[in-house]
Design a protein around this ligand. Structure first.
Ligand code: NAP
Length: 405
């Protein structure tokens, strides 16, 4: 509580709890321990409280200016503000879908102020999480979030960014993207945003399923693409990163280019295999092995993500096509190994006499090629492992022989 000493009044008593009292003459400061108690009182009750607890002097001539008002020069208030500024961020999430909401919950739980905007009206969901939702992007930007976190789908991010009225934000805003591909948003943000805006590209390598519980040990990739020289900007980006570090994430600083190279052979392949197995509609059984459980888990984790996300991983990572081809070739190779072996066995059963006559050491096949005894062909070798010549197949079916593998 602060009282103003009017002209001609007796010298004011300065409270012992106040740290700034000496610098504030001629303001009269009641000890803050008293002022807290008095905060709900009116001016009149404040004066009576002063009579009861303060010095036994007349309070006539003192005028109450404010009750418990934190003034800009109040040291405690300024310190508290500074600590808050350094540890709490005002984060504005653009794209409040599955992943945006997932991050928002943790940010709110850690005391950060979160606002959001999205194409779909998410007011109700946002309210439950403790997030202020703005359907209108102008209103969203005029709230001046310190960090704008882009969590829109990979495919929509370019148009989402173009529709964002960036001029309504503060010029030193930090933009962070969490897209699952990285070169594309890095180039997009550098191209579209004004030069005074900071840019951090990041990829939490987990989602609502894999990061349902603790985030301890889960990888968080980031690249500080453009951070202004001002120490405040450095501190802000560190505060943002600290949030993930304190959740236990394994912080991996790497370029977006390197991320995409590595992610094509890890994340994209994981999603592809998960989707292939999902398409097979695998079902849990009574005799599941641990390995099969892991596969079912993979199917769940990957097919719960939107197809748009998966398609984005393919379309916006130029390494993905190569990896898809490598996967296809690997599948063909394994299949050929199986069917090649099957073909050898089938031929041995179909032509046992021929195999019995062949020598153990292997011999020439007439074309100058030495082949092992067990696989010496009597008939011309088929082009495809199982494509036996039509005549042979007929013989096989006619004789009712079975192939024992
Ligand atoms: P998503 O399908 O990739 O994205 C959904 C979000 O994109 C929603 O906020 C949606 O807005 C918005 N969106 C889609 N099409 C749009 C359009 N035409 N115009 C405007 N907004 C549009 O699913 P997600 O899982 O939430 O992922 C969001 C981002 O996080 C993606 O960039 C993804 O790569 C990244 N990420 C996801 C995970 C994960 O595990 N899910 C992990 C790491 C990073 P509305 O909801 O308003 O329609």
């Amino acid at each position: 509580m602060m009282l103003h000493q009017s002209r001609g009044a007796a010298p004011a008593h300065t409270g012992t709890c106040s740290t700034t009292a000496n610098q504030l003459q001629p303001l009269f400061i009641i000890p803050s321990c008293s002022t807290r108690r008095a905060s709900a009182h009116s001016r009149r009750s404040a004066a009576s409280l002063l009579r009861a607890t303060g010095p036994q002097r007349s309070t006539r001539g003192l005028r109450v200016l404010a009750i418990d008002a934190a003034q800009p020069f109040d040291f405690e208030h300024r310190m508290r503000q500074r600590i808050n500024d350094e540890t709490r961020l005002k984060v504005g999430i653009v794209g409040f879908g599955t992943f945006g909401q997932f991050l928002a919950k943790r940010l709110v739980a850690k005391g950060h102020q979160v606002i959001a905007t999205s194409r779909t009206p998410y007011e109700e969901i946002a309210r439950k999480i403790g997030v202020e939702f703005y359907q209108d992007v102008d209103d969203f930007c005029e709230e001046h979030p310190e960090v704008v976190l882009l969590a829109s789908s990979i495919l929509s991010t370019e148009s989402v960014l173009r529709n964002l009225p960036v001029q309504r934000l503060k010029r030193n805003t930090l933009f962070v993207d969490v897209l699952s591909v990285k070169v594309f948003p890095k180039q997009l943000l550098l191209r579209e945003l004004p030069p005074e805006v900071d840019i951090l590209c990041s990829h939490p390598m987990f989602g609502p399923d894999s990061g349902k519980g603790s985030w301890a040990g889960l990888n968080f990739m980031y690249e500080k693409v453009r951070i202004g020289a001002d120490p405040k900007r450095e501190r802000r980006v560190e505060t943002f990163l600290k949030f993930f570090r304190e959740e236990g994430c394994n912080m991996v600083e790497m370029t977006c280019e390197e991320h995409d190279r590595q992610a094509a052979s890890t994340q994209f392949i994981t999603h592809t295999v998960g989707r292939i197995l999902g398409t097979m509609q695998l079902r849990s059984t009574e005799i599941n092995t641990k390995g099969f459980d892991a596969l079912l888990n993979l199917v769940n984790n990957t097919t719960n993500d939107s197809f748009e996300l998966y398609y984005g991983l393919f379309l916006y990572n130029q390494n993905a096509t190569d990896e898809l081809e490598r996967l296809e070739k690997a599948f063909d190779t394994v299949k050929k190994q199986l069917f090649g072996r099957l073909h050898d066995i089938a031929r041995q059963q179909l032509f046992p006499m021929v195999d019995a006559r062949s020598t153990g050491a292997g011999s020439g096949n007439g074309n100058g090629i030495v082949v092992p005894a067990s696989s010496q062909p009597v008939l011309p070798a088929p082009r495809e492992p199982l494509a036996l010549p039509a005549a042979t197949q007929q013989q096989q079916y006619a004789s009712g022989k079975t192939i024992d593998v």
